[in-house]
Ligand binder design. Structure first.
Ligand code: NAP
Length: 455
């Protein structure tokens, strides 16, 4: 079966790849296992040197790799370069901090000496999405490899060139062949990989359906998993907020990456006192966005990833309007080749509309009016998801209430939700479980071994 990379700006096929055979995949898994044994013998300093080389190559080749990202999944070239440079920082972060994150922790007991030791698990399967095709991979692979694990990457089928490029970077950086390997397979072959006894754990970033399938198989196989799934993040704006700034940041938070980000602000929950003023600013900002060729440095928004994604979003919009919601701007497909959509805003969304509960993976904002912080938090929590949240208020009591009561993996006050290698990242509820980044991201795939030495 062939796996296809298609340019979402033009609809043209860029490249096709033959899927790896089962036998070839088995060989790669064995290679991963032997490489894990080898990597365990690498000193942490040697791993650091190689990971710094990964960071350097990412920086040096951000233009070239960025073009591949733009061609394969449609993000603007400037945002592709920013993603690759951020990935370089992520690799550098773990190159520098892994030693501390993995240091033995002495715990006083009755034994002569006892401590917590962090040891690798072995080969780990990473099932990754196309929306941040470099960052999502590096934020898992850098800590996992620094901890001594090896990586088998099953990347989304539309970004295979990017997956192979990453494999090549790890080799050129000095890691031996089996440390980071790409598996060119369809999603139906993931189960076979998970059931291989040499694969010790899995991580998946993607949709709920894919996450629950991988978790169910790993449950049967008693293998640990980390799941980073969808989100429908709230962006709450209260009367004391800086309206100009919150509307400007809110526009970026909703439309970055062509609106296809898990932690994008998807539901704008605005206090009645400032609702009309905020709405006006948001509409003005959305209407000024430039949509078009993602290679053009003037472009703010490129195409959605593929025609089925565009159709799904248009169906969600139609459903909301049929249920009684009101269109404020945009939300229409742009005629011509490619999967282009006008960014848009919808208000008065009833609970019966699909987008009241579903994630909308496109530059489309839902606006909701509330009368208090309490009501805003209740509405924010009335979602199956719990990934990020962003709250705009100068009132310290409101800030405290939001931090305590919003059911999400992160709450950002007077800033948009973002990921940072120094801070843990992940969700609750149907947004997944486990954490990436920071010390948690490295320890997620460690055997936390208890060591107790007596006389
Ligand atoms: P997706 O369809 O679930 O694909 C993600 C990955 O899972 C791809 O590699 C895909 O392979 C694979 N996959 C799909 N179905 C599978 C199955 N049944 N078993 C095993 N693997 C399977 O997700 P997407 O639509 O590409 O990505 C968008 C979603 O990811 C959104 O919901 C977004 O919010 C979420 N996301 C979450 C985070 C986070 O950190 N929480 C970050 C980014 C994105 P194929 O391509 O071959 O189908």
């Amino acid at each position: 079966m062939s796996i296809v990379s298609r340019n979402p700006s033009t609809g043209e096929i860029i490249k096709q790849f033959e899927s790896y055979s089962d036998e070839f995949v088995d060989g790669l898994i064995s290679n991963s296992y032997f490489s894990y044994k080898e990597l365990k013998k690498f000193s942490i300093n040697r791993r650091t040197k190689c990971m710094m080389a990964v960071a350097n190559i990412l920086n040096e080749e951000s233009e070239k790799l960025g073009k591949i990202l733009t061609q394969e999944m449609g993000k603007t070239h400037k945002s592709a370069i920013a993603e690759i440079k951020k990935s370089a920082l992520g690799a550098e972060h773990y190159a520098v901090t892994a030693k501390d994150y993995m240091a033995d922790e002495i715990i006083k007991t009755n034994a002569l000496k006892s401590y917590r030791s962090y040891q690798p698990l072995g080969p780990i399967l990473a099932v990754m999405p196309w929306n941040y095709p470099v960052w999502q991979v590096i934020r898992f692979a850098a800590p996992a490899i620094m901890a001594g694990n090896t990586v088998l990457l099953k990347h989304a089928s539309n970004v295979t060139q990017c997956a192979l490029y990453l494999e090549d970077i790890f080799k050129r950086a000095g890691f031996h062949d089996g440390v980071f390997q790409t598996l060119i397979i369809s999603n139906s072959k993931v189960e076979r990989v998970l059931r291989n006894e040499n694969v010790r754990a899995a991580t998946l970033t993607g949709s709920e359906i894919a996450g629950s399938s991988v978790a169910a198989i790993c449950g049967q196989e008693i293998k640990p998993t980390v799941l980073e799934l969808g989100g429908s993040d709230a962006f709450i704006v209260m009367p004391s907020a800086d309206l100009e700034k919150s509307a400007a940041v809110g526009t970026i938070a909703r439309t970055q990456n062509n609106g296809q980000s898990c932690i994008a602000a998807k539901r704008f929950i605005v206090h009645a006192e400032i609702y009309e003023a905020f709405k006006e600013k948001l509409i003005k900002n959305f209407n000024s966005l430039k949509i078009g060729d993602p290679m053009n440095s003037e472009t703010d928004i490129g195409p959605l990833v593929n025609p089925s994604s565009l159709k799904e979003v248009l169906d969600q919009v139609k459903d909301a309007l049929d249920c009684g919601a009101q269109l404020l701007c945009g939300c229409k497909a742009i005629e011509g080749p490619g999967c282009f959509l006008q960014p848009g805003i919808i208000e008065k969304i009833p609970m019966s509309a699909r987008i009241y509960r579903e994630e909308i993976f496109a530059p489309i904002a839902g606006l909701y009016k509330v009368k208090s912080i309490q009501e805003a938090i209740e509405l924010a929590n009335d979602s199956p998801f719990g990934l990020g949240s962003s709250v705009w208020t100068a009132d310290l009591d409101e800030q405290k209430q939001a931090i305590n009561d919003i059911e999400a993996g992160a709450t950002f006050i007077n800033a948009m939700t973002s990921s940072d290698p120094r801070l843990p990242f992940g969700g609750v509820k149907r947004s997944g479980y486990g954490r990436e980044l920071a010390a948690e991201g490295l320890r997620a795939f460690c055997n936390i071994k208890t060591v107790s030495i007596s006389e």
